[in-house]
Design a protein around this ligand. Structure first.
Ligand SMILES: N[C@@H](CCC(=O)N[C@@H](CS)C(=O)NCC(=O)O)C(=O)O
Length: 227
């Protein structure tokens, strides 16, 4: 069954979390690259026929069903491919997993990084997003002080957080201002599955930028935030 799973992704986008999760589970899957601008796959397929919103990730199951939205895709991978082993058995820990997936998706990904990464967003929209960094990163930093993972063990929430924190490299968010988060990221990026996923997608990202003729993103000059 795992042979026929298809992950639709764009290099270094949030779908990277699902690649990490698949590698962590040791699952075989097909990876289909989507160009975020044209909404075509590398093979020329119209991605809007797979997911009408045009957002990655989408996970196509062997029976043709398509699951979208990071938390749903990630939890499916964790539950199905590891026989439930990657989903906490304890109800409180399961609730924590949902809590972190929701927090990362709504409070970090959408509230902060989507506007900062949007080439069309105005400076005032970006400034509004930047105002949210301090409280949210401080909260996260407090949660991660003295622990290696968001839950007791590595989970798909860590995979999602790693994909999102990576965007600090191309936005004005200064991860160095939160040594706990910087240390967490550095440690987890040494995991073989994480390292493999990042290395592969960085290369695919470079190839995509070269094809499109658009300059790769780089970190903008530092911006004075509340911190
Ligand atoms: N709520 C969605 C958001 C997914 C999302 O924002 N994906 C971005 C990449 S990180 C995307 O596909 N953007 C393309 C676009 O906005 O057209 C989820 O959790 O899966």
């Amino acid at each position: 069954m795992t042979e026929a799973l298809k992950l639709y992704f764009s290099p270094l986008a949030c779908s990277l979390a699902s690649r990490i999760a698949l590698y962590e589970c040791g699952a075989a899957a097909e990876f289909v690259q989507v160009d975020g601008n044209t909404k075509l796959t590398l093979g020329g397929q119209n991605y809007l026929h797979i997911h009408p919103l045009g957002l990655v990730p989408a996970l196509e199951l062997p029976n043709g069903d398509v699951i979208s939205e990071n938390p749903a895709v990630l939890q499916y991978i964790a539950e199905q491919l590891s026989g439930g082993g990657a989903t906490p058995a304890d109800a409180t820990q399961r609730a924590r997993l949902h809590q972190y997936l929701s927090f990362i998706g709504s409070e970090l990904h959408k509230a902060i990084f989507t506007p900062l990464l949007d080439r069309k967003a105005s400076e005032s929209v970006k400034a509004y997003a930047l105002e949210k960094v301090d409280k949210r990163f401080s909260w996260l930093s407090d949660r991660l002080a003295n622990r290696h993972h968001l839950l007791d063990e590595f989970s798909v929430a860590d995979a999602y957080l790693l994909a999102v924190l990576n965007w600090c490299r191309v936005t004005p968010v200064e991860l160095d201002a939160w040594p706990v988060l910087r240390g967490y990221e550095a440690r987890l990026r040494e995991r073989p599955a994480v390292l493999r996923a990042f290395t592969e997608e960085l290369e695919l990202y470079r190839q995509q930028q070269a094809r499109s003729g658009v300059a790769p993103r780089s970190k903008p000059p530092s911006v004075e935030t509340a911190r």
